[in-house]
Design a protein around this ligand. Structure first.
Ligand SMILES: [Cu+2]
Length: 75
């Protein structure tokens, strides 16, 4: 969800996920910048996705450390 100092977006890193798949990273990403506080995007991980860490970042603020990691574990 967008915070108070937009714009932000969500870009999954093709090099930093277990599949190394650019297509998968692209399909998970929301590159369009969100300009309004409270805007939100959702990404659904398929049940059969490989286990591991999927990192993402905000393009305008990556250098400021606006990054995150989704960890997919065995259910
Ligand atoms: Cu940002």
């Amino acid at each position: 969800m967008n915070n108070k100092v937009p714009p932000h977006n969500v870009v999954f890193d093709a090099a930093n996920n277990p599949t190394k798949s650019a297509d998968l990273a692209k399909s998970f990403s929301h590159k369009q910048l969100m300009m309004t506080p409270g805007q939100e995007v959702k990404t659904t991980f398929p049940e059969d996705i490989p286990l591991g860490s999927y990192s993402y970042y905000c393009e305008p603020h990556r250098g400021a450390g606006m990054i995150g990691i989704i960890t997919v574990e065995q259910g």
